[in-house]
Design a protein. Sequence first.
Length: 409
Amino acid sequence: MTATDELIYLDNNATTQLDPGVIEEMVPFLREHYGNPSSGYAFAAKARKAVDLARERLAALLGCEPSEIVFTSGGTESNNAVINSALQCDPRGKHVVTSAVEHSAVLQPCQDLTKRGCEVTFVGVDGDGNVDLAELEAAIRPETALVSMMWANNETGVLFPVEKIAAICREKRVLFHTDAVQATGKIPIRLRDTAINFLSLSAHKFHGPKGVGALYVNRRTRFHPLIAGGGQENGRRGGTENVASIVALGKAAELAAEYLSADKTQVRSMRDRFERAILERVSGASVNGAGAARIPNTSSCSFEGIESPAALLLLDRHHICCSAGSACRSGSQEASHVLRAMDSSGDRARRSLRFSFGRFNTDAQVDRAIELIPKVIEKLRQMAVPAHGSVVSPVATVLPAAPELSGGG
C-alpha cells in the first residue's frame, strides 16, 4: 500500500481500533474458557475470576471500588439505566436537569420523560461550549430527581467542570450523573475524590470492543435496575455476563491507565500540531470550543464556504476518515445540535468537521492529513462558486467522482 492509499483514521471519537493486547486477552474466553460465570463448578470459576479481574482493572482506572462497577452493553444502556433509576427511586421527583449539548443517549430518554409528565430543563452553553454554573444551579428545584451533564463533549471535546457540578448537586441533595464515554481513558479520573453518583462509559472509545460498557454507581447511592432477572451484577443488571467482552474492557482499562500514568503527550501533540497547520493553511478556518478546556484528542474545525457532507465525501475518496459530529447522527440531514447550541445565529454547524486522534495514529498520517485537507477545502470552495457566478451544491458536484487534487491523489 502506498502512502496515498493508506487509510488515515481520524474518527476515534466514533470508535477506536482494538488494541492487540486486548484481542489477545479476549480470545481464550471465546474459545476454551466459555463457562457461565454464575455456574457453581470449577470450569466456570475461570470466567468468574476473569470478570472479577476486569472489574478491578476498571475500578483502578476510575479511582473507585470494584463493587461500584456494573457491567452493561455500553454507554447508551448505562445512561438510560441512570435516568430510569433516579425517577424510580424518587417518585416525588418530576424534574431532570441536563445540558443542551448532551449525546442523544441522554437527550432522547430525557425528551421521552416529557411525554410521561416529567419536566426537563436543558441548560444552554456559550460560544465556546461552556456551561454557566450559576445558571445550572438556578435550574435545580426541590422536585429535581437528577442532574446529568457529560464530562467531555463528543463533538467538540469541550470539558464540563463535572466535579464542581457534582459538588453543587450534593449541596442541593440531588443525584448527579455524568456521561463520561468520551472522557474515560483520555484524562485522569478519581471518582472517590468527587461527589459523582453515577458515571457511564463504553469500552470501544478506549480501544476495547463494541457492545460492552459499564456504569459506576457510588456505593452510598440507591439504584434501581433497568434490566431485571437473573441477579447478575449483584442484582443491578440482569442477564448472563458477556465474559469475553468484559475481559477485553478490563484489559483496555489497564492499558489506558498505563498510558495515562506514563504521562504520554503523543495524542495531544498530534492534535495541536494538526490544528496549528490547518489554521495557518486554510483561510476562514476556526476551531470550535478553542476557548474552553478540551480533551486532548479532539479538534472540531469550522471552514467558511463549504458544506460538511461534501467535505466528508471528498475526504473519504482520499482515504481520510473524519465526521461532521456524532457518529450516531450520520446520515441525518439535521445540523449538529451541539454546534447550533454554541452558535444559534450562525451556520458553522453545517460547515464543521470533527477530527479525533488516537494512540495508533502516526505523525506521517497527520502530515498527510495536513497536506490533503487544505486542498479539499479549496476544491470545494471553487466548485461552490463557478466562474459564471451562480452557486451550485458542492454535494452534487462531488458525488459522481472525486476530482484530482493538485500535488497529491
